[in-house]
Design a protein around this ligand. Sequence first.
Ligand SMILES: [Zn+2]
Length: 274
Amino acid sequence: MSARWIEVADGVHVRRHEELDLSLGLVVGNDACLVVDTGGDEVQGAEWAAAVRAVTPLPWTVVLTHAHFDHAFGTQAFLPCPVLAHPNCVDELVIDGAEDKEKWSAHYKTENRPDIAKAIRDTRIVLPDTLVSEPTTVDLGARIVEIAQFGRGHTDHDLVLRVPDADVVFVGDLVENGAPPAFEGSFPASWPTALAGVLELTGPDTVVVPGHGDPVDSAFVAAQRADIAAVVDLARELTAGSVTLAEVLRDSPFPADATRRAIGRLTGRNRSGR
Ligand SMILES: [Zn+2]
């Protein structure tokens, strides 16, 4: 798996992967380190763990930003260690984990990537053992990491991590750089509010690390928030009958397939669903 490091601040690293343009995080303190997300399968997780070990021998804590396979299926390689996540993340791994394994394994098989298909199929899904349902901090020694959740957005359990002394924020897939936000299974109507919470943590110089793509700044987050809000408004107008679907697709800031997925999550059928 092709990957490279970016050090976005002293002791705050992002591992950029060619596969899915994934970004995984590492925060190093004096006594411990913190790993943000674990990759998409047990092989990727083991490679990620080895890459972290090449940077630091310190004991690690794992935080999962959310339950999607590419962020949460590589955890096994880090055990034993504390694994933090929102309670709904655990629910999703329990309820959907086995199905997600089948789905993504089949996806990679059709992509003619049998190695990844097998790695996903062979992966043991690890359930987080430390639940984060209200704001908390992890002390790494001369450095703390704050962890918070701002309501439903990309999922109903997106955790956001802030390293205050370094002015870096990890946002998981609440923000995507280089691709439209992933609306499948999302909550578009409350997503802008979640991003308003993220923006509260940022200043003009803050480095914001998305789940996919290169790090961005707060202006990028604000623009993506506005784009998501625009799609929500268009969907409301569509529901009210004041615009046509063709007009929505024309005026949406996102490509048609992403817009359709967002609209699909805003219908009555899905509004209260997962
Ligand atoms: Zn995701």
